[in-house]
Design a protein. Structure first.
Length: 224
Protein backbone atom coordinates (compact mmCIF):
# COMPACT_ATOMS: atom_id res chain seq x y z
CA UNK A 1 0.00 0.00 0.00
CA UNK A 2 1.33 3.41 -0.95
CA UNK A 3 1.77 5.95 1.80
CA UNK A 4 0.06 9.28 1.15
CA UNK A 5 1.14 12.59 2.59
CA UNK A 6 -1.43 14.54 4.58
CA UNK A 7 -0.50 17.66 2.65
CA UNK A 8 -1.28 15.91 -0.63
CA UNK A 9 -4.68 14.82 0.68
CA UNK A 10 -5.54 18.36 1.71
CA UNK A 11 -4.35 19.72 -1.62
CA UNK A 12 -6.53 17.22 -3.48
CA UNK A 13 -9.51 18.16 -1.29
CA UNK A 14 -9.01 21.87 -1.95
CA UNK A 15 -8.55 21.21 -5.67
CA UNK A 16 -11.83 19.31 -5.72
CA UNK A 17 -13.65 22.17 -4.01
CA UNK A 18 -12.15 24.72 -6.39
CA UNK A 19 -13.19 22.62 -9.38
CA UNK A 20 -16.75 22.49 -8.05
CA UNK A 21 -16.72 26.25 -7.50
CA UNK A 22 -15.38 26.98 -10.99
CA UNK A 23 -18.00 24.70 -12.54
CA UNK A 24 -20.70 26.59 -10.64
CA UNK A 25 -19.31 29.95 -11.79
CA UNK A 26 -19.04 28.69 -15.36
CA UNK A 27 -22.76 27.92 -15.31
CA UNK A 28 -23.60 31.58 -14.61
CA UNK A 29 -23.89 34.50 -17.01
CA UNK A 30 -21.15 37.10 -17.08
CA UNK A 31 -21.30 39.68 -14.27
CA UNK A 32 -24.29 37.97 -12.63
CA UNK A 33 -22.72 36.73 -9.37
CA UNK A 34 -22.25 38.77 -6.19
CA UNK A 35 -19.30 37.80 -3.97
CA UNK A 36 -19.93 38.27 -0.23
CA UNK A 37 -16.96 38.26 2.14
CA UNK A 38 -16.19 40.16 5.33
CA UNK A 39 -12.54 39.21 5.70
CA UNK A 40 -10.99 37.07 8.41
CA UNK A 41 -11.60 39.26 11.47
CA UNK A 42 -15.28 40.23 11.44
CA UNK A 43 -17.65 38.16 13.59
CA UNK A 44 -21.41 38.14 12.88
CA UNK A 45 -24.08 37.38 15.50
CA UNK A 46 -26.71 34.84 14.51
CA UNK A 47 -29.33 37.54 13.92
CA UNK A 48 -27.10 39.19 11.31
CA UNK A 49 -26.39 35.88 9.56
CA UNK A 50 -30.14 35.33 9.24
CA UNK A 51 -30.63 38.79 7.75
CA UNK A 52 -27.76 38.30 5.29
CA UNK A 53 -29.14 34.93 4.19
CA UNK A 54 -32.68 36.20 3.62
CA UNK A 55 -31.49 39.44 2.05
CA UNK A 56 -29.36 37.59 -0.49
CA UNK A 57 -32.08 35.06 -1.23
CA UNK A 58 -34.80 37.71 -1.55
CA UNK A 59 -32.69 39.73 -3.99
CA UNK A 60 -33.08 37.00 -6.60
CA UNK A 61 -29.45 37.37 -7.73
CA UNK A 62 -26.81 34.65 -7.70
CA UNK A 63 -24.17 34.91 -4.99
CA UNK A 64 -21.14 33.33 -3.33
CA UNK A 65 -21.07 33.80 0.45
CA UNK A 66 -18.01 33.08 2.57
CA UNK A 67 -19.02 32.03 6.10
CA UNK A 68 -16.28 31.84 8.72
CA UNK A 69 -16.12 29.00 11.23
CA UNK A 70 -16.53 31.33 14.20
CA UNK A 71 -19.71 32.77 12.64
CA UNK A 72 -21.57 29.67 13.75
CA UNK A 73 -22.39 27.71 16.89
CA UNK A 74 -24.54 24.60 17.29
CA UNK A 75 -27.81 26.53 16.98
CA UNK A 76 -26.67 28.70 14.09
CA UNK A 77 -25.09 25.85 12.17
CA UNK A 78 -28.47 24.18 11.68
CA UNK A 79 -29.90 27.31 10.08
CA UNK A 80 -26.90 27.77 7.81
CA UNK A 81 -26.89 24.13 6.71
CA UNK A 82 -30.59 24.26 5.84
CA UNK A 83 -29.98 27.50 3.95
CA UNK A 84 -27.03 25.97 2.10
CA UNK A 85 -29.13 22.98 1.02
CA UNK A 86 -31.88 25.29 -0.21
CA UNK A 87 -29.36 27.27 -2.24
CA UNK A 88 -27.94 24.09 -3.75
CA UNK A 89 -31.41 23.13 -4.90
CA UNK A 90 -32.16 26.55 -6.37
CA UNK A 91 -28.57 26.93 -7.69
CA UNK A 92 -28.79 30.61 -6.77
CA UNK A 93 -26.27 30.60 -3.95
CA UNK A 94 -22.92 28.98 -3.22
CA UNK A 95 -21.70 28.82 0.41
CA UNK A 96 -17.98 28.57 1.13
CA UNK A 97 -16.90 27.65 4.65
CA UNK A 98 -13.89 29.47 6.12
CA UNK A 99 -11.38 29.90 3.28
CA UNK A 100 -12.15 31.04 -0.26
CA UNK A 101 -9.93 31.34 -3.37
CA UNK A 102 -10.71 35.05 -3.54
CA UNK A 103 -8.60 36.04 -6.54
CA UNK A 104 -10.04 33.17 -8.57
CA UNK A 105 -13.55 34.38 -7.75
CA UNK A 106 -12.86 38.08 -8.34
CA UNK A 107 -11.23 37.42 -11.71
CA UNK A 108 -13.94 35.09 -13.02
CA UNK A 109 -16.16 36.64 -15.75
CA UNK A 110 -19.32 35.58 -13.90
CA UNK A 111 -18.49 37.76 -10.89
CA UNK A 112 -20.13 41.15 -11.19
CA UNK A 113 -19.79 42.72 -7.75
CA UNK A 114 -18.62 42.28 -4.19
CA UNK A 115 -19.88 43.01 -0.69
CA UNK A 116 -16.95 44.53 1.20
CA UNK A 117 -16.40 45.65 4.79
CA UNK A 118 -14.27 48.44 3.29
CA UNK A 119 -10.85 47.48 4.60
CA UNK A 120 -8.22 48.89 2.26
CA UNK A 121 -6.87 45.52 1.08
CA UNK A 122 -10.34 44.36 0.06
CA UNK A 123 -10.97 47.63 -1.77
CA UNK A 124 -7.70 47.38 -3.71
CA UNK A 125 -8.44 43.79 -4.77
CA UNK A 126 -11.91 44.80 -5.93
CA UNK A 127 -10.59 47.83 -7.81
CA UNK A 128 -7.92 45.75 -9.51
CA UNK A 129 -10.62 43.29 -10.62
CA UNK A 130 -12.76 46.17 -11.91
CA UNK A 131 -15.72 45.33 -9.68
CA UNK A 132 -18.29 47.70 -8.14
CA UNK A 133 -19.04 47.19 -4.45
CA UNK A 134 -21.75 47.06 -1.83
CA UNK A 135 -20.16 48.86 1.10
CA UNK A 136 -20.63 47.44 4.60
CA UNK A 137 -18.13 49.14 6.94
CA UNK A 138 -17.85 47.82 10.49
CA UNK A 139 -15.56 50.19 12.38
CA UNK A 140 -12.96 52.98 12.31
CA UNK A 141 -11.62 54.23 8.96
CA UNK A 142 -13.81 51.81 7.03
CA UNK A 143 -16.61 54.40 7.15
CA UNK A 144 -14.33 56.98 5.53
CA UNK A 145 -13.39 54.42 2.89
CA UNK A 146 -17.10 53.88 2.22
CA UNK A 147 -17.63 57.58 1.54
CA UNK A 148 -14.71 57.53 -0.90
CA UNK A 149 -16.21 54.60 -2.83
CA UNK A 150 -19.82 55.85 -2.80
CA UNK A 151 -19.48 59.64 -3.02
CA UNK A 152 -16.15 60.18 -4.82
CA UNK A 153 -15.49 57.19 -7.08
CA UNK A 154 -19.22 56.41 -7.37
CA UNK A 155 -18.66 52.67 -7.68
CA UNK A 156 -20.27 51.69 -4.39
CA UNK A 157 -23.74 51.21 -2.92
CA UNK A 158 -24.11 51.68 0.83
CA UNK A 159 -26.01 48.95 2.65
CA UNK A 160 -26.77 51.34 5.50
CA UNK A 161 -24.28 50.04 8.04
CA UNK A 162 -24.12 52.00 11.30
CA UNK A 163 -21.10 52.78 13.46
CA UNK A 164 -20.17 49.68 15.44
CA UNK A 165 -18.92 49.72 19.03
CA UNK A 166 -16.67 46.68 18.65
CA UNK A 167 -13.65 46.49 16.39
CA UNK A 168 -14.34 42.96 15.14
CA UNK A 169 -17.77 41.98 16.44
CA UNK A 170 -21.07 43.36 15.15
CA UNK A 171 -23.40 44.43 17.94
CA UNK A 172 -27.13 43.71 17.86
CA UNK A 173 -27.82 47.44 17.51
CA UNK A 174 -25.74 47.59 14.32
CA UNK A 175 -27.54 44.76 12.50
CA UNK A 176 -28.45 45.51 8.87
CA UNK A 177 -31.90 44.26 7.89
CA UNK A 178 -32.71 41.96 4.98
CA UNK A 179 -34.72 44.62 3.16
CA UNK A 180 -31.72 46.95 3.06
CA UNK A 181 -29.46 44.13 1.90
CA UNK A 182 -31.80 43.05 -0.91
CA UNK A 183 -32.23 46.67 -2.02
CA UNK A 184 -28.46 47.25 -2.20
CA UNK A 185 -27.97 44.02 -4.17
CA UNK A 186 -30.64 45.01 -6.66
CA UNK A 187 -29.09 48.45 -7.19
CA UNK A 188 -25.61 47.01 -7.72
CA UNK A 189 -26.47 43.89 -9.72
CA UNK A 190 -29.61 45.05 -11.55
CA UNK A 191 -30.06 46.35 -15.08
CA UNK A 192 -30.80 49.96 -14.19
CA UNK A 193 -28.80 52.91 -15.45
CA UNK A 194 -27.15 53.43 -12.06
CA UNK A 195 -25.93 49.83 -12.06
CA UNK A 196 -24.54 50.13 -15.58
CA UNK A 197 -22.71 53.36 -14.75
CA UNK A 198 -21.10 51.85 -11.65
CA UNK A 199 -19.95 48.78 -13.56
CA UNK A 200 -18.49 50.96 -16.31
CA UNK A 201 -16.59 53.16 -13.86
CA UNK A 202 -15.30 50.15 -11.93
CA UNK A 203 -14.04 48.52 -15.13
CA UNK A 204 -12.24 51.71 -16.14
CA UNK A 205 -10.58 51.91 -12.73
CA UNK A 206 -9.60 48.24 -12.97
CA UNK A 207 -8.02 48.77 -16.39
CA UNK A 208 -6.13 51.82 -15.09
CA UNK A 209 -4.91 49.81 -12.10
CA UNK A 210 -3.57 47.03 -14.31
CA UNK A 211 -1.80 49.54 -16.58
CA UNK A 212 -0.12 51.10 -13.54
CA UNK A 213 1.16 47.72 -12.37
CA UNK A 214 2.41 46.87 -15.87
CA UNK A 215 4.22 50.21 -16.11
CA UNK A 216 5.84 49.59 -12.71
CA UNK A 217 7.06 46.14 -13.76
CA UNK A 218 8.43 47.49 -17.04
CA UNK A 219 10.34 50.31 -15.32
CA UNK A 220 11.87 48.21 -12.56
CA UNK A 221 12.18 44.80 -14.20
CA UNK A 222 12.24 45.56 -17.91
CA UNK A 223 9.26 43.33 -18.61
CA UNK A 224 5.55 42.96 -17.95
Amino acid sequence: MKARLIGDTRAEKNFGKETELVNWLNSKQNESVLYVSFGSLVWHPHAQLVEIAHGLENSGHSFIWVVRKYDRNEDEEGFLQVFEERMKESKKGYIIWNWAPQLLILDHPATGGIVTHCCWNSILESLNAGLPMITWPIFAEQFNNEKFLVDVLKIGVSVGSKENEFWNRISVEAIVRREEIAKAVEILMGNGQESKEMRKKAKNLGAASKRTIEDYCFIFYGQV
